[in-house]
Design a protein. Sequence first.
Length: 149
Amino acid sequence: MQQQRPSIYRQLGGEDGISRLVDLFYDIVEQDPAAAALHMLHLDGHGVAHSRVEQTRFLMGFFGGPRLYVEFHGHSDVRAIHAHVAVTAETRDIWIRSMDKAFDQTGLPPEVKKRAMTALATAARLVHDVNPLRNRDEEIEAGTDSDLP
């Protein structure tokens, strides 16, 4: 009988490990000049402190642990969660790079980082690709908005 691989949640160290990862991530977002555009998105929204709590709740369930985000909000649809945010290719890529840096600071094994980052990068691309605000902003910037003269 083949043993089942542990969930990413368990491999990250459960709630404490995910909370630490999220704190490292948001420390980078707040302090790294390369993440300034992403930081501004958070300041325009509910703020970084709020995002630390909500992202911890979300990632716990996303990685196979308790689904606290769903308990509080009734769903965990990453597209709906970000529908009010103009996620551009730039901010998506900053998010992925910042999370990658946070993983590097955790000291987790490379195979755990790779497994988690594959899932996170896929979700980040989905948020960008279907985001109605991003599509509208990029059409306007490119001059391809059909509503414009």
